[in-house]
Each structure stands twice: as C-alpha cells, then as structure tokens.
Design a protein around this ligand. Structure first.
Ligand SMILES: Cc1ncc(C[n+]2csc(CCOP(=O)(O)OP(=O)(O)O)c2C)c(N)n1
Ligand SMILES: [Mg+2]
Length: 666
C-alpha cells in the first residue's frame, strides 16, 4: 500500500467520533490485506480464480457499517468488505474459496456464490441480476413482519443492463419496498466500457424513471458513503421505499485476475490510483492525527497474522471426499409429507374449483402464505381462481404484480429466505419463460448450493385444446423435469389437484404445479370438502388389464380413458402419473413387467419430452419382460397452431388410438 503525500479526496468528518472514523479505516484495511494475500496465493497456484475489489472497498464497508447487523445484504463478486465487516471468520471464507467443508457450500459453488443466514448475507448467483429481485422479496417479508428493516443489494453497472434490474426496481417502487439498490459503477463490465453498456449520463437517472429517489456518491470517499447511506436507511426504515444509489468508482484490476487490464487506458488507471479509497483516507487520518503510522503498522501486523493463521487453518483442512448419497440427498430439503386424509362429505366440483378451494384452505392453514400474480387480486385472476381472495385474506397476502415474471419468482425466493411461503401464479404456463432463469437457476439450485430452500409453488395454467395458438397452449413441463431441484406436479382430476396442491404448498421445496386449462371447466368429480393432502411420487392406477400398460398424465389421462371406452376389447393398465418429479417408477415397472407392453402418451411435442425418459427407463429396467417395442405418442414437432383443425392435427390425442391398437396387436 502506498501513501500519497496529500489526500486527493476531500473528507468531511461531520460529527463522527474518532472511534467510528478508525473503525471505518480498520474495516477497509482488512479486505485490502486479504486481497493482497489472495494475489500472492493466485500466483502460487493455490487458488483458482479471484475477482478483485481493490479500490472499491469504501462502498462495501460504508454500506455494511451503515446497516444494522440484522439487515440483509446481497453482495456481488467485488464486495469482500461486506463479508469481512460482518465478521465472518476468515478461515471459513478461505475454506469457501478452496471448496472445503468449513466453507458455506460444501465445495458445490465457488467464490462469493453463497449465503449465510447467520450473517444475514445472501450471495449472488453468476447471472448477476436475479439477486435484485430476491432483495425485493426479503424487503417485502420485512414489511409483512413489520420489522422496519432495510435490505441492501449490490450490482455492477454492467448488471444494470439486465432485465432483472428493471423488473426489481419497478416492483420495489410499485410496492414501496425498503430496498437500497447500490450500483457500483466501476467503469467496466468485463472489458466493456460504460459507453458501450448504457446510453445515459448517469445510471442514477434511472431512478426517476421508476419513481424512486436516487443519488450519486463518490464511491471512493468512505465518509460520504457512510454518511449518506446511514441517513437514507434511517429514513427508509421509518418510511419504507426503495432508493437507488450510483457509486462512482473504478475497477483497478482485471475482471478476474487472469484476464488483465490491457484495454484500460494508462492515464485512466493512474488517475484512479490517485483516488485510492484507503490510501487517501489513511493520509487524511494521519493529517488529522486520528491515526499514527505506528497504529497503522500495528493494525497491519494484527490483520496479517489473523489472515495467515486462518489461511493455514483452511489450507490444512482436508479436501472434501465426494459422498454420493449426500450429494443426491442434498438436492431437496428433506420433507416428510404429512398425509392428511379427509373423511368429510364430498361435493361435485370442477377442476378449477378444486384448485381454488385448495388454495383457499392453504391460505387459512398457513397464516403467512402469500400469493402473487398478475390480475389475481380485485380481478380474481384471468381464470377467476382467486376470486374473492383479496377480500378474505387482504392485500398483504394477495398481491397483484406488474408484468415482471422474473422479479416475482425472485421475490418468492426472498420471502422464502425470510421463512415465508409463497405461491406464484403464471398467468399462462407459456409466460414462465420470462421467469425461467430464476426458476431453474435460483429456486432449483439454492438448497443444494447453500442449504437455503426455496419454499415457492409456481402455478402453471397450461395445455392445448382451447384454440389459443403458440403462446397460450404449451405444456412445457419437460423444461422443468430436466432440472434437478424442482418438483413437478401434473394432476388430471379435481381431487388430485386439490390434494396435490395442498402438498405442494406444504413442501418446502420449489414445486412447478401444472393445471391443464382444458380440464378446468370440463372435468368434474366428487371431492372431499375439507382440507387433505396427497403424497408426491405416487401414481394412480385408473384401470387394470393384462395386455398393455398406458402411462400418461394431465389431459392425456382423459384422452386415454376416452380411447379405452371406445375400445373395450383392449385390456390395459392405465397409469396416471400425477407427479413427474418425483416419478413413481415402481408402479410403472410393476405394470410393464406384468403386461409386457408399454405406451406412453404425452401432450407435448415428442422429442425430448418425459415420455422419452420413461421409455428409456422401461427398456433399462424391464427389458426381459417386454413383448413389444415401447411406444411413445406425442404431438407434432411444430409449435402449437391456433385454429381447431390444425390444433387437432398437431395434438397427440388423434394419433393415440391407432398407436394403441398397433401395440395391442403386436
Ligand atoms: C447473465 C450473465 N451474462 C454474462 C455474464 C458474464 N459476466 C460475469 S461478470 C460480467 C461483468 C459484470 O460487470 P459489472 O456488472 O459492471 O460488474 P463488475 O464486474 O464490473 O463489478 C460478465 C459479463 C454473467 N455472469 N451472467
Ligand atoms: Mg463494472
């Protein structure tokens, strides 16, 4: 560390005590010294990657010190100062970076990609933007719990170009969420300079567009950072609202160490070296005689020995030995399903009523369950499933959302971090694409990464047969059954829908809950009036016969039933899977071993769907019992067309009877 002759930064100590001024210094010095050590270790090949925050410490430290320790912070890859200021033991940080078990992810995720409830830190996922919406969720939970707490979240200026940034700011503003959005504008996003990243003067100006206050701060001036943030968060606790801050600073090293800084002009680098937040502040403290060189040296010695000692602890920690069963069992939070049977009276209801009923009963059972979706409050949802919910449960628990699928899924994650369950209604399953990233990368992977479950159910009104064209008719379950960490439920009958939705909400893991729109008003059944649950992973055997096994789910179940009605000579086991993840392979194998013939019917276009995997599983497990090739029946390899005639041609329904007859005759 160099000491400039005179401080290049103008400091105003206001009424800060000397001890506060010194602790701001200590807290900036520590991450700097850790980084210096990391650069040596990197050169020695002892660590694999390092994202440097040298020159940006005042932001991490100033923000963290201005917040209370019980307020959540969502840092990025250059915010080491957040972790050190929250006093995470250094050996745990070193272990995390080395992928050892004293870290926070059991070797499953690298660098700063972890969270810790103990220190109220929620680390990033690589995709940068999603944590902005997660911060919204944590802040919403604080409002619901009436905690008067602020949540701070960081992004680089590059990350502000992502849709997540816009959605998160918009939602926070519309809902008055106490989120402090901190942009660290350090001049580059990897090699991309700011003029190729955005086309406005200051990113703070974006605040105006979202209807929130915003400020520009010299991110290298620790006293300005601390002063302003502390003032703002105090006011946000009293009057909840989001605020956008743009910290002007500079990335002094490469994006990550190996990539260098060749593309950065020398004079720019030199100018920012002169503005180093630590050197300047030290000079200032020396001039004011608040710090002496001796004291500084003592601090350096103290921190260096703490760093060396803790690095040694981590280095000596044995490497993780892969344990297969532990890896597999950590994908989902363990949950022993509470089977609640109902012997109450039954009532004939439609599929859609069953969903609505189940949701209502769960809202009563889980007093803090929140449901979110477009037009679900006053309007009752486009299918009227939540009609009357607003009146019954209030606007704190029934939230209309802007058209921000990504942010809303992320809000669900944030609520879960605060222990609140949520149900997110996609207006149509097709629109889950707009929230796809947080579903498959955040919700699905969170428990495996750092043991933080995502207690979110995503309701997916799906399916064809309603002449609604390519964007309102898809059944996209295969996109999710592919992703470890998600559970996928797909009922075909009102009673199953009611019981399985109750289980989905009780289950602490993320569940994609598919509801076929064509079944909503066409299928009726006697259903117990009271609350009950149905376990996941148990298919139901709807018909029994010795000649062929039909495996299907959703609307396919009704197509198969119709086909069997028309062809009473075909003696079939008809299996309704009900849940696709977990999949009841036991029931499938048992039946196929008995009949020797299997046909799998799925509504989705054939290639890459779950029928293919079930077919492979049958071949791998029941080969010796098979009397015929396994048949898969799916829809055409085209998008779903609009008009009835084309839709009929597209759908697997039309082909099923012929294929079933062929298989029976084989
Ligand atoms: C969605 C996504 N696209 C691209 C990347 C690759 N990437 C990682 S960090 C980064 C630059 C980020 O720049 P900025 O937000 O300014 O943060 P900084 O690194 O400057 O602190 C890029 C392009 C990524 N991680 N995620
Ligand atoms: Mg940047």
């Amino acid at each position: 560390m160099q000491t400039t002759a005179k401080s290049q930064i103008i400091y105003d100590t206001r009424n800060f005590s000397n001890s506060l001024l010194l602790s701001l210094y200590r807290n900036m010095l520590k991450p700097r010294l850790i980084e210096e050590k990391m650069l040596i270790l990197l050169r020695q090949g002892k660590i694999s990657k390092w994202f440097s925050g040298i020159g940006q410490e005042a932001i991490s430290v100033g923000v963290t010190m201005a917040l209370n320790d019980d307020e959540y912070i969502l840092p990025m890859h250059r915010n080491l100062g957040v972790f050190t200021t929250r006093n995470i033991p250094l050996n745990r940080l070193f272990s995390q970076w080395q992928g050892k078990s004293n870290g926070f992810t059991n070797g499953r995720d690298r660098s700063f990609h972890f969270g810790t409830q103990e220190y109220k830190i929620v680390g990033m996922i690589s995709h940068l933007g999603p944590q902005l919406g997660v911060a919204d969720g944590i802040a919403l939970a604080s409002l619901i719990k009436k905690e008067k707490k602020v949540t701070a979240v960081f992004t680089g200026e590059g990350g502000t170009s992502e849709g997540d940034f816009h959605e998160a700011l918009n939602v926070a503003s519309v809902w008055d969420l106490p989120v402090l959005f901190c942009i660290e504008n350090n001049g580059y996003g990897l090699s991309t300079p700011t003029n190729e990243q955005y086309n406005c003067k200051d990113l703070a100006d974006r605040g105006k567009a979202y209807g929130m206050d915003s400020f520009i701060i010299d991110g290298n001036n620790i006293l300005e950072v601390y002063y302003l943030v502390q003032k703002l968060v105090e006011s946000m606790r009293k009057q909840p609202r989001p605020i956008l801050l743009e910290f002007k600073t500079f990335r002094r090293r490469g994006h990550e160490e190996a990539s260098g800084t060749k593309y950065v002009p020398d004079d720019l680098m030199k100018a920012w070296e002169q503005k180093d937040p630590l050197d300047n502040y030290k000079q200032f403290l020396l001039e004011k005689q608040i710090l002496t060189e001796t004291q500084h040296q003592q601090l350096v010695d103290e921190f260096k020995s703490e760093i060396d000692l803790n690095y040694k602890l981590a280095d000596e920690e044995p490497a993780i030995i892969p344990n297969l069963s532990k890896e597999l069992s950590d994908v989902y939070k363990p949950y022993n399903i509470e089977v609640i049977k109902s012997d109450s009276k039954t009532q004939e209801i439609r599929f859609i009523d069953a969903i609505s009923d189940s949701l209502r009963l769960s809202m009563k059972r889980h007093k803090d369950l929140v449901i979110m979706g477009q037009d679900i409050a006053e309007y009752g949802g486009v299918f009227k499933i939540t009609d009357g919910f607003l009146k019954q449960f209030g606007k704190e628990r029934v939230l209309n959302t802007p058209i921000c699928e990504s942010a809303i899924v992320e809000v669900g994650m944030g609520l879960s971090i605060k222990g609140i369950k949520s149900v997110v209604e996609m207006q149509f399953a097709d629109f889950a694409t707009s929230g796809f990233n947080p579903i498959v990368n955040y919700l699905a992977k969170s428990y495996y990464r750092w043991n933080q479950n995502a207690d979110v159910v995503v309701r997916m009104p799906c399916g064809a047969g309603v002449a609604a064209g390519p964007f309102h008719s898809q059944t996209n379950e295969a996109w999710f059954t592919k992703t470890p960490g998600l559970k996928v439920v797909y009922p075909a009958f009102p009673a199953d829908a009611k019981g399985l939705l109750a289980t989905a909400i009780n289950d602490p893991n993320p569940v994609m809950f598919f509801e076929h729109k064509a079944l909503y008003r066409s299928i009726k059944q006697e259903v117990p009036i009271d609350y009950f649950t149905i376990p996941f992973g148990e298919a139901s055997l709807l018909k029994t016969g010795n000649h062929v096994t039909i495996i299907t789910y959703g609307a396919g179940v009704h197509w198969a039933l119709d086909t069997l009605d028309k062809n009473p000579e075909i003696e079939a086991d008809l299996i309704d899977l009900r849940t696709l993840q977990p999949l009841d392979t036991e029931t499938i194998f048992k039946s196929v071993n008995k009949t020797g013939k299997a046909i799998i019917l799925q509504e989705d276009s054939l290639f890459g769907g779950i029928a293919s995997d079930i077919s492979a599983l049958i071949i791998e497990n029941c080969f010796e019992h098979l009397d015929a090739p396994v048949h898969r029946v799916g829809s055409l390899e085209t998008p779903i067309p609009f008009i009835n005639a084309l839709e009929d041609q597209y759908l697997a329904k039309g082909k099923f009877e012929t294929e079933l007859k062929k298989l029976s005759a084989y």
